[in-house]
Design a protein around this ligand. Structure first.
Ligand code: WT7
Length: 653
């Protein structure tokens, strides 16, 4: 048996939605869910084709709903549409024209609201500025912005003219930005002077200046003024958005895009190698994020919906920008993060705007718990009707706190399992239809054939751990890795080899299914570290460490952490002449921050003389993980080259 993870969690609690909630819900009963699920399973082509007809506006209808040449897929081939049109223009023809599309809160307390008509106008102006700067259909545009409305506007403007965007999280360093811009051969970068985060300014433009010394393809930089701090503007290359927008007109029809034209590239870490540029295309992504937003968040026209993710991650793409706006919803965006000067800002914003649906991450929930329940209790949270979580498995105690203190035992919780690669939510409760269990993402979305299998692709037994796989193509699945189709195949489609025509998309997670068919995701089976809901590749962090002159070799692993889920623990072998001390440990931590960003800062540095390796020279990180967590090593050590290394490491710990 090749089970990747053993199941240890025993959770029996069951929470039903209230009758009131179910009565008003889009999908209001388990029966209705099963019916939809069966329909989709029996005839996926009809299921998705019907939804695409009903839910999206098209310039040209497609001729082939699904073209599946594993692992290559095309959805709605022959069709023409534009996601910016579906998110904006079509609502202008309805009463939603003057409805709030985007409510934004800045960290220092400033606030802006855009109606659909206003947002449409800004996007058109932005798109015309991009065109004026020479951006054409197919050109990749880098976006490195704080959480300000212009981030959404820039994405929609790129989509409008058919320029794939590559959003780089504003917390990433100049080096990380440079690599991503080079991989995409970006032609233009959109940034800001700076952004607010945790009471401080993040100097984005300065980082761009450093990055661009080594990115030959970028011709222009479009700069949004946010903080007003002093920055360098390189004549001819750098342009202020507020200057250029004065000179363009507000008429910019949405470009008809083919269904399979690239909408965006978004980089995510793998366990080895450089970050993967996950490619998403237009129609399938639009449809899937649209319908999952509608059914999973039970989104109504009267709701104020708030997802706390950053637009630099897939959650921000799919569930702040595209999914909600395609539905004509009111989406709320917040610039900062809970911060020393106002730790209760989250609850203040919910009260101020009467937020109805709140979607956040387990890592945030754990820090809310630590801050104390007096903060949410000081605010009126009675507007909330539904809560969501995403990013990593949520521990049942955090789930219960979220349910009791934030949801006041009134709001269902949707625990949504998905990935950058899947584009949209794969496994989650439909909140009016099914009971939830703390720690389980519950059941797959209609049309998603998910299973837990062994290495040969055979389903494992009830409550047995195995590999989480998807067995049928779905509209928002990643199409490839940018510039690396071979890696796309080997990373996702060969781990569990196809058999009898059945292909298995392997997500990289271990899971089990319980007696009710509920999925319990147990985490990554590879070496990727999940810090605060973000997967970080060991390789990138190790490379950063090794780039420091004092370091000969580095291995990093995740170590359980109460707040962040995992914390990075780095094992370091120093160059011969160097001596280990606390000062150097601090310096190395800072070095990683510079190379990658604060998110990758190791919590702990352990100096050592040797690392446990296999005979072929591969570092055995699972052994290091046990050491870091101060656990007994019970897993297999037979492939270890030198067993005495473990004893030495233990002594040093
Ligand atoms: C990985 C994907 C999807 C947006 C945020 C992260 C883990 C995500 C859950 C959940 C258990 C989860 C998985 C997955 N994950 N959501 N509800 N329960 N695990 O996107 O950076 O692409 O990471 O996050 O391990 O594979 P990402």
């Amino acid at each position: 048996m090749s089970s990747p993870i053993e199941s240890v969690l025993q959770e029996q609690r069951l929470f039903y939605p209230s009758l009131e909630f179910s009565a008003q819900a889009k999908i209001g009963s388990l029966e209705q869910y099963h019916q939809l699920y069966r329909q989709a399973e029996a005839d996926p082509v009809k299921f998705w084709s019907d939804l695409a007809t009903q839910e999206l506006d098209w310039f040209d209808r497609w001729h082939t709903t699904l073209d599946w040449q594993p692992p290559l897929v095309k959805w709605f081939d022959g069709g023409k549409l534009n996601i910016s049109y579906n998110c904006l223009d079509r609502h202008l023809l309805t009463w939603r024209r003057n409805k709030a599309a985007l409510i934004w809160e800045g960290e220092p307390g400033d606030s802006r609201t855009y109606t659909y008509a206003q947002l449409h106008r800004e996007v058109c102006l932005f798109a015309n500025v991009l065109k004026q700067l020479g951006v054409q259909k197919g050109d990749v545009v880098g976006i490195y912005l704080p959480m300000i409305p212009e981030a959404a506007i820039a994405m929609l403007a790129c989509a409008r003219i058919g320029a794939p965007h590559s959003v780089v999280f504003g917390g990433f360093s100049a080096e990380a930005l440079r690599d991503r811009l080079n991989d995409g051969k970006a032609k233009l970068v959109i940034t800001a002077d700076g952004g607010w985060r945790k009471d401080a300014i993040v100097p984005l433009k300065d980082q761009v200046d450093i990055a661009l010394t080594h990115v030959p393809t970028v011709e222009n930089v479009l700069v949004v003024q946010r903080t007003g701090q002093k920055i360098q503007m390189l004549p001819g290359r750098d342009h202020w958005w507020h200057d250029l927008k004065q000179g363009v007109n507000a008429d910019c029809p949405a470009e008809p895009m083919a269904s399979e034209d690239i909408l965006f590239i978004l980089y995510t870490s793998g366990s080895t190698g450089k970050p993967k540029g996950v490619v998403h295309t237009t129609a399938g992504y639009n449809l899937y994020t649209h319908i999952t937003t509608q059914w999973i968040f039970d989104l109504k026209d009267t709701d104020v919906y708030w997802c706390t993710a950053d637009v630099g991650w897939i959650t921000g793409h799919s569930y702040i920008v595209y999914g909600p706006l395609s539905n004509g919803a009111t989406t709320l965006m917040y610039e900062g993060a809970p911060r020393p000067s106002n730790p209760g800002c989250t609850w203040e914003i919910i009260e101020k705007h009467g937020v109805n649906i709140f979607y956040t991450a387990p890592t945030a929930i754990r820090s809310f718990i630590k801050q104390g329940e007096h903060l949410p209790k000081a605010r009126d949270l009675s507007s909330l009707r539904l809560l969501g979580t995403v990013g990593e498995p949520i521990n049942p105690e955090a789930w219960m706190w979220y349910y009791r203190i934030i949801g006041q035992e009134r709001c269902p919780i949707v625990d949504t399992w998905w990935q950058t690669e899947t584009g949209g939510i794969m496994i989650s409760a439909l909140p009016g239809a099914m009971a939830t269990k703390p720690g389980s993402a519950t059941l797959p979305f209609p049309g998603i054939i998910a299973d837990v299998v062994d290495l040969e692709g055979n389903p494992v037994g009830v409550n047995e751990g195995g590999y989480l796989v998807i067995k049928h193509p779905f509209p928002s699945m990643m199409r490839t890795i940018y510039n690396d189709p071979d890696r796309f195949r080997s990373s996702y489609w060969e781990h569990i080899p196809p058999k009898e025509g059945q292909y298995f998309y392997f997500a990289g997670d271990g899971a089990r299914k319980d007696e009710d068919g509920y999925f319990w995701v147990m985490g990554r089976v590879d070496d990727v570290i999940n810090v605060a809901g973000h997967r970080l590749g060991t390789m990138e962090i190790e490379s950063a460490l090794v780039s420091h002159p004092a370091v000969a070799e580095a291995a990093v692993v995740g170590k359980p952490d109460e707040i962040k889920g995992e914390e990075i623990c780095a094992f370091i072998i120093l160059e011969g002449s160097q001596t280990a001390n606390e000062e150097l440990a601090q310096e190395l931590k800072q070095h990683v921050v510079k190379e990658i960003g604060a998110i990758a800062r190791p919590g702990e540095i352990k100096f050592t003389d040797a690392l446990p390796k296999t005979r072929s020279g591969k570092i055995m990180r699972r052994l290091l993980r046990s050491l870091a967590a101060q656990q007994e090593i019970t897993s297999d050590t037979s492939t270890l080259e030198d067993r005495s290394v473990l004893d030495k490491l233990r002594e040093g710990a």
